[in-house]
Design a protein around this ligand. Structure first.
Ligand code: NDP
Length: 330
């Protein structure tokens, strides 16, 4: 069994020496536990936060210990009722090849109904993030013009497509390469998209949304947030999902300079955490799974092979190497 340990807390961009791939014995399950051979590991931006010691909504990773994260795998041994070898489960002990999981924290998934990796992405945590953030936090309604940043990523690509399928008047996305921008418009059906590296976000957004926006789904923060406030229509809503542009900062980033626009627009800005919205999971699957099955909602995954490349895959998410959900296949 190989597993990734955090050796020291990164300052700025994580460096290889902050981590080690460690060889250990395959663990043995106790009563009420299962042994899972992981098939797919999730690497997610929020893991950067857990590498620091700052107090947050999830505890920091412990130094010298194996890291954690979403994973799906096959049960190879079971000492728990209701779960048998050969079953597939979603659980939270990623960053390792084999995991002993408390059965009550594992969720059985159907390997026939969808590819296993989908339970980490389009039908999993990132999908629910898009659904809950757009529909609940941003109070999306038909006819809204929606802008989403990080639009070619796991969450963002789903936000834009759910908005389109639910009758947005206009869907605008931003992403970090021309290839991603083309994908948004040609494959995902966005009405407009731009590469934020090609010019000031505020100008590009104004050109893409000349009549303004009603909803901004923020994955990025920084100048994207300021630009969205600048283009917000009356009663506009901003759902703050993530601010990936600042995760590796060593100094706090300056805030938006135009917050006063929230007064004239009666605008609302609100952060959310997917963990508070799991009550929506059944509704989310019921509504979104058929769109995925019919191809009305498209998704991509970037699949990196091998436990040894997990750290690189994680860094790749922070750099923008991924299109859609980044996963590691073991
Ligand atoms: P993505 O698949 O979107 O991957 C992250 C993307 O961020 C990269 O592909 C990259 O794409 C983009 N990016 C990186 N640096 C910058 C930058 N400086 N400026 C603009 N874009 C940048 O990841 P997820 O879909 O998993 O997550 C998206 C966001 O949602 C993150 O901020 C994450 O923290 C947040 N999140 C929040 C949750 C919650 O409960 N609130 C739950 C899950 C995710 P590009 O090439 O376009 O730059």
């Amino acid at each position: 069994n190989r597993e990734w340990h955090l050796l020291s807390r990164p300052v700025g961009w994580p460096q290889p020496e902050n981590f080690a791939l460690v060889e250990t014995e395959v663990p043995t399950p106790g009563e009420g536990q299962i042994l899972v051979r992981n098939t797919f590991l999730s690497v997610d931006p929020y893991m950067r936060g857990r590498m620091s010691s700052a107090k947050s909504y999830v505890a920091p990773f412990e130094l010298g210990k194996v890291m954690q994260g979403g994973a799906v795998g096959e049960v190879v041994e079971s000492r728990a009722e209701g779960i048998a070898p050969g079953d597939h489960v979603l659980h939270f002990l990623g960053w390792r090849e084999y995991a002993v999981v408390d059965a009550k924290t594992a969720v059985k998934v159907d390997a026939q109904a969808a590819p296993l990796s989908a339970y980490l992405g389009v039908l999993g945590m990132t999908g629910l993030t898009a659904y809950a953030g757009l529909l609940r936090t941003a109070s999306f309604k038909e006819g809204d013009a929606v802008f989403v940043s990080g639009a070619a990523g796991a969450v963002g690509s789903q936000v834009g497509q759910i908005a389109r399928l639910k009758g947005a008047s206009r869907v605008i996305g931003s992403a970090g390469s021309d290839e991603k921008v083309e994908l948004l418009v040609k494959e995902y059906g966005f009405d407009a998209a731009f590469n934020y590296k090609n010019g000031p976000v505020s100008e590009q957004l104004r050109a893409a949304a000349p009549d303004g926006i009603d909803v901004y789904f923020d994955n990025v923060g920084g100048d994207h947030l300021e630009a969205a406030i600048g283009s917000l229509n009356r009663d506009g809503r901003i759902a703050v999902c993530g601010m990936i542009s600042v995760y590796n900062n060593t100094e706090p980033a300056p805030g938006p300079r135009n917050l006063a626009r929230l007064i004239q627009t009666r605008g609302r800005i609100e952060g959310f955490l997917v963990g508070d919205h799991y009550d929506l999971q059944p509704q989310f699957v019921q509504e979104v799974a058929p769109w995925v099955a019919s191809g009305e909602l498209k998704y991509r995954e970037t699949v990196v092979k091998g436990i040894g490349n997990t750290l690189e895959a994680f860094l790749g998410v922070l750099r923008g190497d991924n299109i859609g959900k980044m996963v590691v296949r073991l």
